[in-house]
Design a protein around this ligand. Structure first.
Ligand SMILES: [Zn+2]
Length: 301
């Protein structure tokens, strides 16, 4: 069998020529699998974090920014923290903190996250203003909660369809995610004809199945054509997506220097080393006596 590689891990912007509506298709394969398998997440937690990561790519893909776009959900339930990060060049990472003993039946956000909030943050560092929006956790999924947010706020009219799951690929069950987002631009009129356009497009969006969104054998553009060919779908240059963490030894050193020496000493393992593990990528940064002494000496200035 000729294994022609199908482009994966990408964000494909598109426009529907018939109506002027804009959208994005997100396809995450290896990148999502790498993020989720760095930690041995319980299945419903992997599912939830995967959904947040696909949402992050879909939302961030429509913004112009230089820096980091992040979605952070905090709740009172067994999953107390979910974090998905997207940088403007397509690097993604994610993290979930949860109480494994409290994860049982029930996969809706009420059962997993409980009462809580989802923060949408764009951080441009020194390059520009940071801004944040807060979304209440409602509905049965993160996607639904985001839909409600777009409906209730003065945001662009938005349709979303997200799927996350494990798919058999080369003899292994790998995480995959797919997402479709369609938005009406702010300057488009809201008359009957345009309402009709919107309604029709949402019906088409709704026909995308989870299997189609996750199928590694179905190219992104073939899926877009299948869904929207009568709307005159035109695609734009894709953004590659990948797993990427921003942790560095320098950042960990800076963090350790910010702690009192006694506290750093308490972090020593039995072998005397201090090991700091990145919560995102699980990379371990090890510090021996000499390295710690240097940190302490520098921290004293
Ligand atoms: Zn890391």
């Amino acid at each position: 069998m000729s294994a022609q590689r199908i482009a994966d891990d990408l964000l494909r912007p598109f426009q529907l020529e018939r109506t002027g509506l804009r959208g994005r298709l997100v396809r995450l394969g290896g990148a999502l699998d790498r993020i989720l398998t760095r930690h041995d997440y319980a299945e419903p937690v992997g599912q939830l974090l995967g959904e947040l990561l696909v949402l992050a790519a879909a939302l961030a893909g429509g913004l112009r920014f230089q820096g980091t776009f992040s979605l952070q959900a905090k709740g009172s339930g067994p999953v107390s923290l979910l974090l998905a990060d997207y940088t403007h060049d397509g690097a993604m990472r994610g993290y979930a903190r949860y109480d494994a003993e409290r994860i049982d039946a029930g996969s809706d956000i009420a059962a997993l996250l409980g009462d809580g909030r989802l923060a949408i943050t764009v951080d441009q560092g020194d390059a520009g203003a940071a801004y944040q929006s807060i979304v209440e956790l409602t509905g049965i999924s993160l996607t639904e909660c985001m839909q409600t947010y777009f409906r209730q706020s003065e945001q662009l009219k938005t349709g979303l369809k997200i799927a996350v799951g494990r798919v058999a690929e080369n003899g292994a069950w790998r995480w995959r995610g797919g997402g479709l987002m369609v938005q009406r631009l702010a300057d488009q009129p809201v008359d009957d004809e345009h309402q009709e356009d919107w309604h029709r497009t949402m019906l088409l969006l709704g026909t995308a199945t989870d299997a189609e969104l996750l199928d590694p054998g179905l190219p992104a553009d073939a899926l877009l054509y299948r869904l929207f060919h009568e709307e005159g779908v035109r695609v734009f240059a894709p953004q590659d997506l990948r797993f990427g963490c921003r942790c560095t030894r320098e950042r960990v050193e800076k963090l350790l220097r910010s702690f009192p020496d006694a506290e750093v000493d308490e972090m020593r393992q039995d072998d005397g080393l201090v090991v700091v593990t990145c919560q995102f990528c699980n990379a371990g940064f090890r510090f021996d006596d000499a390295q710690l002494a240097r940190l302490h000496a520098r921290g004293a200035h």
